[in-house]
Design a protein around this ligand. Structure first.
Ligand code: ITT
Length: 196
């Protein structure tokens, strides 16, 4: 089926195209929709629901939203829901992925507890009152230096607990098998098989 993604992040779109293979993944601009949503929630799930509901009102057809981020134990769960905005002032421009990663490493200098996990909250709206949500995580630790050329965002500084490779060293298929988004998307894909 055709699903419109409530995102402006083309990396998420690429990953979800593979995770939800067999479905046609659109973005709001494909439908001439200008999508913008203030993420005012206090949890990943609240923000995913906000994005999905906002887009559903505009598109009136099946939509999927993904709100995700990195939680670092030694930073009491930060950057968390503020992952995209980490290191930037309110309303100001976002840092580049590279600069954000360097800032994170600087803030963890000398810190031995490197435990961290990614979270992905996903909300699918098929029709009014047909709303489905799932949240998944991806466990690992923060590297001492960035490594690897794939992925996006914090992938070069996030070491997968299972393989010991950074998420940026994993192939797309490998990352989708173990990642927060891969696991959440796989559940949504199974749900779609039952529901549609
Ligand atoms: P949309 O809200 O438009 O979907 P966004 O990039 O702003 O795009 P989020 O608000 O969910 O998305 O912010 C998530 C941030 O967390 C994202 O910008 C990345 O920096 C980081 N992130 C999420 N998933 C990631 C992944 O799989 N690998 C690396 N970093 C990730």
């Amino acid at each position: 089926m055709e699903i419109v993604l409530a995102t402006g992040n083309m990396h998420k779109k690429k990953e979800l195209e593979q995770i939800l293979s067999g479905h046609s993944i659109l973005i709001p601009s494909d439908l001439g929709i200008e999508f913008d949503c203030d993420e005012t929630g206090s949890t990943f799930m609240e923000n995913a629901l906000l994005k999905a509901e906002t887009l559903y009102k505009l598109a009136g057809r099946p939509v999927l939203a993904d709100d995700s981020g990195l939680c670092v134990q030694a930073l009491k769960g930060a950057p968390g829901i503020y992952s995209a905005r980490y290191g930037s002032s309110e309303g100001g421009p976002l840092l580049s992925d590279g600069d954000r990663n360097l800032l994170l490493l600087k803030n963890l200098q000398g810190v031995t507890d490197r435990e961290a996990f990614f979270v992905c909250a996903m909300v699918l709206i098929l029709a009014p009152y047909r709303v489905y949500s799932v949240q998944e995580s991806f466990a690992g630790r923060i590297a001492s230096t960035p490594f690897g050329g794939g992925g996006f965002g914090y992938d070069p500084v996030f070491v997968d607990a299972q393989t010991g490779k950074t998420a940026a060293e994993l192939s797309e298929e490998e990352k989708n098998r173990v990642s927060h988004r891969g696991k959440a998307g796989k559940i949504m894909k199974s749900l779609l098989e039952v529901l549609v």
